[in-house]
Design a protein around this ligand. Structure first.
Ligand SMILES: *Cc1c(COP(=O)(O)O)cnc(C)c1O
Length: 227
């Protein structure tokens, strides 16, 4: 079987220079993350606060941590000190709490916490995120200049779990067109708003065709998760 290093190298080759790989390491032990790190991977994604809390101190400081899971308001304060990006902002309350905590802790004065707004693009009830209408209403009411310690850098979405590629294709195409519209309507002169996070182990090739700038891949790098 091929190694983590070989799988990473194959993926980097496929992604090229314009797409960044988030290695989704949830449920995998620290030694596997270390192996990926030693191979050169620097961006890791986790979806549970406690697990992230445990792993961060055990790994090198130059890792860029992305939070990709559903956040409870009262847990936000734990991840604010070390997270680079939160990809899963799925309601106004969470965005405001991240901003509040980042301000309170003095933020990371050197840089703001980057935020992606998660959009619900599949037909599955279980997936989180703003609906399209909620997203535009929220952005319409938000005073972007009020964000001092955070910055909105793009959108994130998950396609449906299905073998039907045309369904996935349609959902990623839809997210891309929503991204273009949101960029045009709310961030026209803001160069920071440029990230479109879509694509996982089973569907990243489709996401790449639709302009993903970040892909979140776990299983294909680390193998199956043990829950
Ligand atoms: C687990 C997870 C992934 C990675 O899934 P794989 O199928 O293992 O690549 C990507 N995005 C989110 C939000 C996840 O929770």
């Amino acid at each position: 079987m091929d190694t983590i290093k070989e799988r990473l190298e194959a993926l980097w080759g496929e992604l090229g220079d314009s797409v960044r790989l988030v290695a989704v390491s949830k449920f995998h032990p620290v030694d596997k993350l270390r192996e990926a790190y030693d191979a050169g991977q620097r961006i890791f994604g986790e979806n549970r606060v406690q697990e992230l809390d445990e792993k961060v101190p055990l790994l090198p400081k130059d890792i860029e941590w992305h939070f990709i899971g559903t956040l409870q308001r009262n847990k936000v304060k734990y991840i604010v000190p070390y997270v680079d990006t939160i990809q899963s902002i799925d309601r106004a309350e969470i965005l405001h709490e991240v901003e509040r905590q980042a301000e309170k802790k003095g933020g990371r004065r050197d840089r703001k916490i980057k935020l992606l707004l998660q959009v619900h693009i599949s037909n599955e009830e279980t997936k989180h995120g703003f609906s399209e209408d909620e997203l535009t209403a929220f952005l319409g009411s938000l005073d972007l200049s009020s964000l001092k310690s955070t910055e909105i850098v793009g959108l994130m979405g998950m396609a449906e779990m299905t073998d039907d590629e045309t369904v996935i294709d349609g959902q990623f195409a839809h997210l891309k067109s929503l991204f273009d519209r949101v960029k045009n309507d709310f961030f026209p002169a803001d160069d920071r708003f440029k990230e479109l996070s879509m694509g996982m182990s089973g569907d990243y090739e489709i996401a790449l065709r639709h302009g993903a700038t970040l892909v979140r891949i776990g299983t294909r790098i680390f193998g199956p998760r043990e829950y």
